[in-house]
Design a protein around this ligand. Structure first.
Ligand SMILES: O=P(O)(O)OC[C@H]1O[C@H](OP(=O)(O)OP(=O)(O)O)[C@H](O)[C@@H]1O
Ligand SMILES: O=c1cc[nH]c(=O)[nH]1
Ligand SMILES: [Mg+2]
Length: 209
């Protein structure tokens, strides 16, 4: 069974409190989503492996730590996941970025695929899938299946707000994928929106409503 980490860092909690407010406009919303992604990235990369390397400082030889093992990739689920990319890259600038385009059909709530472009060596990378919202879980489950179909083996999912329904669906479909969440909310409403949530993340980031 996958690990579910709900991040209790005060800065993350404070910023989530602001993006939930209906009066927060697109400019602030975008900035905060990026900052939350950066803080979540810091926490979600805590267990990356290090190796010792010898270097010369201006004074002497010494041994320092360097990230070891697989290279990283960030894969946002379009559109809303785009809002988290800059924050992730601030922390891990050498990561490559892939894009998966999915939207949720408003009637069936099923994910509809419209785009997929991944780094050529994605299968050899440790991939962070990012999307601010994990609601029914349909979009994340489908995106991660697309990555697995291309041979990706090491995947983590990062969402700012999740519903218990989405976490359950993810754990059933992808028990090997750890899930990092900023806040675990109460439930989904009859339209599949997270309660209390923050509304439609994509519309709020891009000002489309
Ligand atoms: O867990 P689910 O029930 O699949 O819902 C979550 C998905 O819904 C939202 O995207 P949306 O379909 O609104 O697309 P957008 O990002 O283009 O607005 C959100 O960003 C997730 O991708
Ligand atoms: O609450 C929700 C559910 C799905 N997608 C969103 O953007 N918000
Ligand atoms: Mg949307």
């Amino acid at each position: 069974m996958s690990k579910v980490v709900v991040m209790d860092h005060p800065l993350i909690q404070h910023k989530i409190g602001i993006i939930r407010r209906e009066e927060t406009g697109s400019k602030d919303f975008r900035t905060l989503v990026s900052e939350i992604a950066m803080l979540m990235c810091y926490e979600a990369t805590r267990d990356l492996k290090l190796t010792d390397v010898e270097i010369n400082t201006p004074i002497c030889k010494t041994t320092v730590k360097e990230l070891k093992g697989k290279k990283l990739a960030v894969v946002p689920i379009l559109r809303a996941g785009l809002g988290m990319v800059d924050g992730m890259l601030n922390m891990i600038p050498a990561a490559k970025v892939g894009h998966i385009g999915l939207y949720r059909d408003p009637e069936t709530l099923e994910p509809v695929e419209y785009y997929c472009k991944l780094p050529a060596d994605c299968a050899n990378r440790e991939v962070f899938v990012v999307d601010p919202m994990l609601a029914t879980g349909g979009s994340s489950v489908a995106a991660i299946q697309m990555l697995k179909d291309k041979g990706v083996k090491n995947i983590r999912l990062m969402c700012i707000i999740a519903a218990p329904e989405g976490v359950k669906k993810m754990q059933e479909a992808h028990p090997d994928v750890d899930i990092y969440i900023g806040a675990l909310d109460d439930h989904l409403n009859e339209h599949g929106y997270i309660v209390p949530g923050l509304g439609d993340a994509g519309d709020r980031i891009f000002g489309t409503k």
